[in-house]
Design a protein around this ligand. Sequence first.
Ligand code: DLL
Length: 440
Amino acid sequence: MPAPDERTHDPAERLEAGALRRLQDRRLREVVARAAAVPFYAAALERRGVDPAAFGGLDHLDRLPLTTKQDLRDHYPLGFLAVPRSALARIHGSSGTTGRPTFVAYTARDLDTWAGLVARVLVAGGLRPEHLVHVAFGYGLFTGGFGLHQGIERVGAAVIPAAGGNTPRQVMLLEDLRPEALVCTPSYALHVAEVARGLGKDPAALGLRLGHFGGEPWTEEMRGELERQLGIQAFNNYGLSEVIGPGVAGECRARGGMHVAEDHFLLEVLDPATLRPVPDGRPGELVFTTLTREAMPVLRYRTRDIAAVERGPCPCGRTGARLGRIVGRSDDMLVIRGVNVYPSQVEEALLRVEGTAPHYLIEVARPGTLDEAVVKVEIRAEELSDEMRRMVSLRDRIDHEIHAVTGIRMAVELVAPGTLERSQGKARRVLDHRRGPPAA
Ligand code: DLL
């Protein structure tokens, strides 16, 4: 039985397996019928001999076409609409490396569903109606700001829509208004703590109790760091614009993975090379079918996010499959001298070493025929030393951990505190000179 204080926002979070499957099956048939209004899907379904009005449901899932980011790009700007433009209530977008965003559209009902899904994640992670929440996500095309904002309101809590940027002012707001919860990317939360300290304030004394962080990969080590520095409990939440935005999955207080809202998003975990399902507990590419979205349903959307899924019972009573940490995006995966390395592995290694700060940048180049990777890592101010031996020993320990976690050697460059660029949103962890200059 769930603990008595383990509230859910929606009873659907505890649907037993059979009921969930029946609901998914019905909704899948419905969404396939709706998706046929999108010329891309109508053509793809026809090619596969699927009659959208008589689709066979869950057992025939693998007959549905996969959808990629490139498919969405090829139908820029709104070629995936399944409803008339006049039925839209809002458009968001995700920033792309091509300069053009990928747009995602919502009907009024989609917005309502979305707010409910974000509310689930927040309640699971301890947010309550009496709380005040500081949102430092960007408000705009990005789904983070508005998405979290509406979810907080749905919980019945109060929002400070601080948005991104001007960190000293954010610290002032936190200090003066004393919200219980902070909502932003984990890297930005760390920056807020750093700026607070720079202003002579103890970030742990700001009165925050909860952090709901998402939008970018982070590690358990980073969680420990944020909890210690800000005096909070930190919860991970996951989502992506193409599927809806935040609210796809989030941790409960057991923090044993992020519960997926499987009544709204059908999840498959596939081997990115063979596109065959991988067994539970093993990492693979997350592929989602939106079961309830009206304006822009997506069938079997390939997220490129790599994670493993667990399905055992959770003490909180929620039945949704639990996503492990996103180890990385398949397109963030670095292949260095033939070995696959995710930035999150480097983060994990760095944070095992006392004296390093979680600010780092991995630079990869191929000056000759061999790949060379350099990790620039900031050391903590208190570790800075004129004594060569101490610095060399610190560098050696980092080198050792990186090798232990990733299996390869990277050159380690210690840099002074505060020298690496701080992001206001999602942190950039990799500069890959082999791919040409990064897009703005
Ligand atoms: O980042 C939606 C979001 C906003 C989620 C705020 C959570 C909080 P996009 O800009 O489309 O949407 O980026 C989606 O970000 O495919 C992942 O690669 C990454 N991502 C999002 N949340 C997490 C997380 C939003 N908790 C892309 N852990 C996704 C790791 C995450 N990666």
